[in-house]
Every structure is written in C-alpha cells, then in structure tokens.
Design a protein around this ligand. Structure first.
Ligand code: URA
Length: 455
C-alpha cells in the first residue's frame, strides 16, 4: 500500500477500504505522511465524497488514534452534547447545569474557538480563577460529586483530528459532510459518553448553509453514533443570525447566567431547552419529550439549574461572586452604539423607491459569518491557533431578524479596547445586514430532529 495510490483512488471516485483509511490516518498522525500528500487526499475527499461506511471507518480510525476516556467510574447514563459551531452559541454553559441539576452526569470536553466561531473553554476562562485543565481523576471525581465538569480537550484525545482539522482549516477543506462528521464523532466517541445529542447548525453563520446539507450531516453523525452503540440524536437549529443577544466571551457567560435565571433571549432559551430535553430523554429521566421539557422548565424556574452552575464553577476554582454580581466582570474600555441610520447609510439603495422622509425597514437577512468576523476584528476570536484573545470585547445585539428598524433605533453596541479595531468592526457590521421595506423573514429556530429511526 502506498499514499500516492490511495490519493489517486479517491481522486478518481473509488471507494476506499478500511486498511487504506487507517493507513492514511495513522500515517499522517505519526508524521510519516507529509502535509502536502494529506492535503491532496483531503481535497480528493472534498470533491469525491465518502459513503457512510468510509465515513464511519474514518471516524473510528481517528477516534482510535489516541486515548479513549473511560467514564465507567461515573454513575448513571453519561450524556454529551456537541454543536457543529456558530456565532453566539453558549448553549453548553446553559444545558450542562440544567442536566446536572436533574441528576444527569455531564462529563464534557470542549474546544476553543477558531475563525468566526466561539469555543466554550474560552468563555469559561472569562470567569476569574476558572480552571479548564484538571487531571482525569479529578474530572471523574467532580462529575460524581457535582454532576458536571467541563475541561479542555486533552492532547491525546483523537490527536488525528487535531492535526487533520488544523490542515483542513488552511486548505479550504473544512465544510465537507464526511470530514466534519468524522471530526466531531471521533472526539465524541473518544470522550466516552453513553449518549450524544448533536446541535447541527444551519445558515449563514454555520458550516452547513442549506437545510439539505445540514440534514445530511445530521443523518451521517446519527448513523455513526448508532453504529458505535451510542444513543445519538441530532437537532437542526438556525444559525442565520447570532444565537441570543451577546457575541463575545465574557458577554456570553453573562448571557448564560441570565438564561439560567429564566431571563434569557427567547431563541437562545428555546434552543437550550430543546437540547436539554433531548439529553434528559437520552438519560432516561423522562418517558416522553413533554415530560422531559417539564423537568427542564422546572430546573430553571426553581433556581436549581443556576445553583448548579455556581456549584460547578466553584468546583473548578472559579469565583462565583462574579456570577451573582455581573457588574464585577472586566469590561471593555470603549463602546460604539450602532443605530438604524448607520445600517441605512450602508444600504442606501433600498430607499430609492420610498417617498417619505421617515425611513424604516425590516432586517430580513444577516451574513452571520460577518458578525462572527466583527467580533474577531474586535479581538474576541482567533485568526490562528495561537492568537491571544481579548475576553472582554464583543457585540450586544439590540435587534433581530424580522424587526422593523427606524433611523434612531439602537441596533447593536460594539465593545472593544482599541478604537481602530472598533472602527474596522463597525464597517463590517453595518454591511452584514440586508434590509427590506417588506418583512419576508421566517423566524424559525428549530428545523428538524433526527433520531436513529430517521436513518
Ligand atoms: N467542529 C469540529 O469539531 N470539526 C469540524 O470539522 C467542524 C466543526
């Protein structure tokens, strides 16, 4: 077997067998296959695709490239959750405490943000003292004692994915269904949970731009999880605008606290509660979805979920005083309010037909990737793996898709520590929205749920 032949076989559209896939994954992970050959292989996969069997073999080879976490010492059904990546997505910070407060153990390994998407670990590091790196023994002990632990991914969890993901990121091979499915599911399988709930994002801020592609990704991941013996469910949710009102690390922690206090933005609350309800079902704590949702609502309304957040933060050495008094969090030095007029000035053409001085228009579409890039330009995201991010900066959205905006209305506030960066971010933000004199927006947030019965 040699690398050249395998690249050529995939380039020409043939199906690879298990030995060939394992050869590529192991060879690249241990340094025998160079970046340029793996890049060519990934591009061949990008164009020719992989069938379900090949994608499953790729996933298993990547999951087996390092350690598999043994969670057998944790009592109960362990349920993990993963999002395919989006803007303003802080649902892990919300669903983890809800589940733990209902007696479902959550032992979660999370990632950092890359590009325009945010990462749970960066957000948690916004809480002073919070430690995202603890030993495996302490991780397991904490889940048994408090029901929840969230730590950064250890270096030896699916190391093949780590290397391949970094290469995909610079070779335009990220947004391929088989490669995304194998990347996510290899980490989930190696992380050892019994059941997995996936949040597959679709829209302008997601890797999957169409419902058809998102459905294919969801079905592929549910099929892989099911084959691996894990109870797997995927919920397809909207990412055509940021989720919630806040984008930026500390800002998102603050918003997660508000959600757990029952005061969150409605779309964010809905996605979080639906994901939590499917996790409760997977943990067999409820007989049906409606009962699961009642438990989730009660966990929030009773304050148990918020109390659990504090218990979890305390266990990982975070200072919970900041959660009860969020004014204490470090804030950015500068802020800039964006008004309706700023968006109108950037989209002048829509008013050509309007014979009135009182300008008003609906927000009907958003280039959500650009909103993510606005946050990145402010300093809140990474351009490369090693970039240092500013946890205080970000965006507060005061309007959402479907809203009617007048000139004087405040649409958003940008927070930054550098006036030049704020000005650059402003330019991106005002061009990110499409305006219309008519409201044609359909504000759907949950599109579909894919269970093993659908595959
Ligand atoms: N998230 C991942 O972990 N991997 C991908 O390929 C895409 C999103």
């Amino acid at each position: 077997m040699n690398t050249y032949d395998i690249i050529m076989k995939k380039r020409d559209g043939y199906i690879l067998d298990k030995d060939e896939i394992v050869y590529m994954v192991d060879g690249y992970t241990n340094g025998e296959i160079p970046d340029y050959q793996m890049s060519a292989f990934l591009m061949a996969v990008f164009f020719q695709g992989m069938n379900h069997e090949e994608t499953t073999m790729l996933t298993m080879a990547m999951a087996d490239s390092g350690d598999r976490l043994d969670l057998s010492k944790i009592n109960g059904i362990k349920v993990d959750k993963h999002s395919t990546g989006g803007v303003g997505d802080k649902t892990s910070l919300i669903v983890g405490p809800i589940l733990a407060s209902l007696g479902v153990p959550v032992a979660k390994m999370s990632g950092r943000g890359l590009g325009h998407t945010g990462g749970t670990i960066d957000k948690l590091e916004g809480i002073p003292g919070f430690c995202t790196s603890i030993s495996e023994e302490d991780f397991i002990k904490q889940v048994n004692e408090t029901g929840l632990a969230i730590v950064g991914q250890t270096a030896n969890l699916a190391p093949a994915d780590k290397k391949i993901y970094a290469l995909r990121d610079v070779t335009a091979t990220v947004d391929n269904v088989s490669l995304i499915a194998a990347s996510i599911m290899s980490k989930k399988l190696a992380a050892g949970a019994d059941a997995i709930v996936l949040d597959v994002k679709v829209g302008s801020g997601a890797f999957m731009k169409t419902l058809e592609d998102a459905r294919l990704l969801a079905k592929t991941m549910v099929a892989i999880g099911t084959l691996a013996g894990k109870d797997t469910t995927a919920v397809i949710t909207d990412m055509n605008e940021p989720l919630g009102n806040m984008v930026g690390n500390i800002l998102e922690v603050e918003e997660a606290v508000l959600c757990l206090q029952g005061k969150g933005e409605k779309r964010l609350m809905e996605v979080s509660k639906v994901l939590a309800a499917y996790m409760v079902l997977a943990a067999k704590k409820a007989e049906c979805y409606d009962d699961a949702m009642r438990l989730v609502d009660d966990a929030i309304a009773s304050g148990k979920a918020y109390d659990k957040l504090k218990e979890f933060v305390r266990a990982q050495h975070g200072d919970v005083v900041y959660l009860d008094d969020m004014e204490k969090f470090d804030k950015a030095t500068y802020s800039k309010v964006i008004k309706g007029k700023d968006l109108f000035d950037a989209n002048t053409s829509i008013f050509d037909m309007q014979a009135t001085d009182c300008k008003k228009a609906y927000l009907i579409a958003c280039n959500n990737q650009e909103i993510g890039m606005t946050s990145l330009v402010l300093g809140g995201g990474r351009e490369t793996k090693d970039s240092v991010i500013d946890l205080t900066v970000g965006i507060k959205l005061l309007a959402h898709l479907g809203d009617l905006i007048k000139e004087e209305d405040e649409v958003a506030i940008l927070y930054g520590n550098d006036e030049e960066k704020i000005n650059a971010a402003y330019k991106r933000f005002v061009h990110a929205y499409t305006l219309s004199l008519e409201n044609v927006f359909n504000n759907q947030i949950i599109y579909e749920v894919i269970t093993k019965n659908e595959i």
